[in-house]
Design a protein around this ligand. Structure first.
Ligand code: ADP
Ligand code: 5SP
Length: 507
């Protein structure tokens, strides 16, 4: 039997799963690490935490499974997108990584638009200048930390830093590189025009591969450390959403999925490049060669839930213990005990600014309609509903762009909640399904590794063979009606507050 490793360098943790050649999970391990917020709207992590978590979780799954090293044919890397890792001459990390949800670069986005031109930026990178994307982070370091910029010899994305540690190669692949705002998205290569206009040296960037290509093999040192062999290939892999697309079988036109991870995403596959002229959703290269995807992003999806639970529900852990149920079973029951609409309470999930549909780094979270009748559980359900309203915003734009969706899958930590999936089905007005394997991104990159290692012929064929569907939530007409009215009110709240958010930032 041959085996494949899928690794997802997420925001909350790195997760590693060992699959056999039938894509059955054999062993899994995950390791959490901190997210640092040194200022309001800033977000950083230590790249070494990602590397250590990868090493420990690979070692853990190999120990648990007792699979012979020589039978592990390939490694697939998935990861949080957009983060900026800078290495010096000696390959040392220069400063903490500035990650995807960091919002400090509004001025640098103006600089990018002015230097490249709004129209050329859309034509080449398929997206307007965004604070979340890597290019504005590079310019921020150049503008604010010139001594760090001067030392920089290599720029890598989070999972590509881990790749460098494993293989010694400076490489990336098209799906993750799409989120740097330096890639020519229609032609799937670095854009010399963008690099020249932004005065970024191309030599700083790694080689760009397609997702199922081989980017290298393990170095002797990392093979020894991990308990693997130097014959193990490391595939291009994919950004976490492009990876989850493969892991949920979203690899053909008409297919889509919604993720509730730290962020939230509504993602549709497209064999043709389609761009929203207003830039509210991203068009990126996907993990299937010669295909693209369009996705809307909610900055704080699971993050909203974690923030609420960590700060205002510390009693829930004890209550779950007393009730003898898991923590998330307990919180989902609590949310279910509250009627639809959370007793007339609305939540705007803009804790880290918002991408789709507002592209606004200044906006922040709101509970609207608080009354003395509200209890912890009302706010809990309002958070889940508010995140879902934001995902509804994403779905509406994909529809407006003519991306027909025949199948909506759900993945990410939040999709484990039956209640959350039902709310999504009610708001989207379509069935929301889960894959039989809940492994999403890690399964996706294990399939990419399988193609790279010659275990599978191509990505869509492997998905057809190995991805099966499981549960399906159908929309309930009365809920749909309520939530469509709620959505109108939800949308009006941002419109009313847009100017006040700017004033708050400048206060
Ligand atoms: N059973 C569950 N019910 C509801 N939410 C959950 C559940 N399990 C995890 N989550 C949420 O999912 C999020 C983590 O999702 P995950 O996909 O692991 O994140 P990431 O890959 O972004 O680190 C957490 O923020 C948590 O709030
Ligand atoms: O910024 C994006 C996509 O554009 C996020 O999807 C990040 O890639 C982080 O993902 P999670 O850690 O929430 O899964």
């Amino acid at each position: 039997m041959r085996y494949l490793l899928g690794i997802d360098v997420g925001t909350s943790a790195t997760k590693t799963v060992l699959f056999d050649e039938n894509c059955q999970a054999i062993a899994s391990a995950s390791e959490e690490y901190p997210l640092y917020q040194p200022q309001n709207g800033w977000a950083e992590q230590h790249p070494e935490d990602w590397h250590q978590a990868t090493v420990h979780t690979i070692q853990a799954v190999l120990t648990k499974s007792k699979v012979p090293a020589a039978d592990v044919k390939g490694i697939g890397l998935s990861g949080q997108m957009h983060g900026l890792v800078m290495l010096d001459e000696a390959n040392q990390v220069i400063r903490p990584a500035i990650i995807w949800c960091d919002q400090r670069t509004a001025k640098e986005c103006e600089e990018i638009t002015q230097k490249v031109g709004a129209n050329r930026l859309m034509e080449i990178t398929a997206n307007p200048a965004l604070t979340g994307f890597t290019a504005s982070k590079i310019l921020w370091v150049r503008n604010h930390e010139p001594e760090n910029y001067a030392k920089c010899r290599h720029i890598l994305l989070p999972k590509d830093y881990v790749r460098f540690c494993l293989t010694g190669e400076y490489a990336t692949e098209v799906s993750d590189a799409s989120g740097m705002q330096l890639l020519d998205i229609p032609n799937r290569c670095w854009s010399d025009e963008i690099l020249e206009k932004l005065e970024i040296d191309r030599a700083l960037l790694g080689k760009v591969y397609e997702s199922p290509e081989v980017t290298g093999t393990l170095t002797a040192q990392s093979a020894k450390l991990l308990g693997l062999t130097t014959a193990t290939v490391v595939a291009g892999g994919a950004g976490d959403n492009a990876a989850a697309a493969v892991g949920t079988g979203t690899v053909r036109d008409g297919r889509a999925f919604t993720t509730i991870g730290t962020s939230g995403v509504v993602f549709a596959h497209s064999s043709k490049i389609t761009i929203d002229p207003k830039g509210r959703v991203h068009t990126f290269c996907c993990a299937v060669p010669n295909c693209w995807h369009v996705m809307g992003v909610t900055q704080a999806a699971g993050l909203s839930l974690s923030w609420y639970l960590d700060n205002f529900c510390t009693n829930y852990k004890e209550k779950a213990k007393l009730a003898n149920v898991s923590f998330y079973d307990y919180i989902n029951k609590e949310a279910e005990s509250v009627p639809m609409g959370s007793n007339k309470l609305l939540y705007l999930p803009y804790l880290m600014g918002e991408r789709t549909p507002h592209l606004d780094p200044n906006c922040r979270g709101v509970f609207f309609g608080l009354s003395a009748i509200h209890k912890q559980a009302d706010l809990l359900r309002a958070v889940m509903e508010g995140v879902s309203y934001s995902l509804k915003d994403c779905q509406s734009i994909l529809k407006e762009m003519g991306l027909e969706v025949e199948q909506m899958m759900a993945c990410g930590g939040g999709s484990k909640s039956g209640l959350w999936r039902q709310i999504l089905a009610d708001m989207f007005g379509c069935s929301v399904k889960t894959a039989a394997s809940q492994e999403g991104a890690v399964l996706g990159v294990a399939i990419l590794a399988g193609v790279a290692a010659g275990v599978f012929t191509d990505v869509p064929t492997a998905c057809d063979q190995f991805i099966a569907q499981d549960e399906s939530c159908q929309p309930i007409a009365a809920h749909q009606d309520y939530y469509s009215k709620g959505h109108v009110l939800y949308q009006q709240l941002y419109e009313q507050l847009q100017n006040q958010y700017r004033l708050l930032t400048n206060l």
